[in-house]
Design a binder for this molecule. Structure first.
Ligand SMILES: NC(=O)c1ccc[n+]([C@@H]2O[C@H](COP(=O)([O-])OP(=O)(O)OC[C@H]3O[C@@H](n4cnc5c(N)ncnc54)[C@H](OP(=O)(O)O)[C@@H]3O)[C@@H](O)[C@H]2O)c1
Length: 287
């Protein structure tokens, strides 16, 4: 029987994916389209590729975005990397992985162009963009607020109903009594970066899309040094976390329904106990 043959780890991962992905508005897109192959007792490589869920990653060339792409591929997803410069992006991901495609996507270009880039074959979007430092003080607003809003609107145009955002702790610092937190001041004084991110978050939450907003503490390129601590929104005001762990949380959010419609704040602490992602996401209440 086909399912008996499907004991390889990659198929096991895929079976888990089908079970976990129930958020789509595209009715059959998370189930194997190759039912006839089940009866034939074997699944061809081509059919396996056809069954992979495709995730659009905006900001795929960034320090966190690149890790998200790598972890998605390792978990058996196909990836459409939305990037500003396709040639540069190809250099960042050598090896011609057949499950990784590149598409030009500048989030400031508007939702219509982004919808074309996302197309009708993306099952979810992960947004890991962040403005690049420049003399343009409006860049954070254009990228971290309006750009993210454009992405959400592009998803709505394409009926993509799953959106994961990499945001930041302290975005709501003023309401948390952290108005004078040096990080809150520093990140807002040049371009209102945190305010821009908060505005984008509010748009996502009102949009009706199934979201997980991930707010990490300060990002580190080093490998993980402690275990992940996950707290509800507007709780954490200090701490840091490896970009590897942030990428892991973003990918695991796709695999766990407990992450749906939630805002989670994350840092890493050496003294924290190791917890499963199911446990971590379950501990946060939906608001
Ligand atoms: N740094 C921290 O400590 C910290 C803490 C908490 C949260 N965060 C947030 O976490 C996220 C990821 O941070 P990171 O440091 O890993 O990012 P990063 O390395 O700065 O990468 C930013 C990504 O955004 C892309 N991007 C910039 N403008 C764009 C546009 N107009 N259209 C499309 N893509 C655009 C960049 O593309 P190019 O390669 O083409 O420039 C790049 O891929 C950001 O939102 C950041 O604000 C950062």
């Amino acid at each position: 029987m086909a399912m008996a043959a499907a004991t390889s780890s990659s198929l096991f991962i895929k079976t888990s994916l089908f079970r976990s992905f129930s958020f789509t508005t595209k009715p059959n897109s998370f189930y194997p389209r190759a039912s006839s192959s089940m009866e034939r007792s074997e699944i061809t490589e081509e059919e396996k590729d056809d069954q992979k869920k495709k995730i659009f990653v905006a900001g795929a060339t960034g320090s966190t975005g690149k890790r998200i792409v790598e972890q998605l591929l390792a978990k058996g997803f196909a990836v459409k990397a939305g990037v500003r410069d396709v040639d540069k992006a190809k250099l960042a991901f050598p090896g011609n992985n057949p499950h990784l495609q590149f598409v030009k996507a500048d989030v400031t270009d508007g939702s219509t162009k982004l919808a074309d880039a996302i197309s009708d074959d993306s099952d979810a979007v992960i947004c890991a963009t962040g403005f690049r430092r420049s003399w343009d003080l409006t860049a954070p607003w254009k990228v971290d607020n309006l750009g993210t809003v454009n992405l959400v609107e592009a998803c709505r145009k394409q009926n993509v109903n799953r959106f994961i955002l990499i945001s930041s702790i302290l975005v709501n610092g003023a309401a948390m009594g952290q108005l004078f937190n040096p990080a809150y001041i520093f990140l807002n004084v040049f371009g209102l970066t945190l305010v821009a991110k908060l505005q984008a978050e509010q748009h996502i939450r009102k949009s009706g899309i199934n979201y997980t907003i991930i707010r990490p503490g300060g990002l580190k390129n080093d490998p993980a040094k402690g275990n992940i601590v996950m707290e509800p929104e507007d709780t954490l005001y200090e701490g840091s976390i490896s970009r590897d762990q942030v990428a892991e949380v973003a990918v695991e959010a796709l695999l766990h329904q407990e992450s749906y419609y939630k805002v989670v704040e994350i840092v890493a602490r050496t003294e924290a106990p190791k917890r499963s992602f199911e446990d971590l996401f379950s501990s946060i209440k939906q608001k």
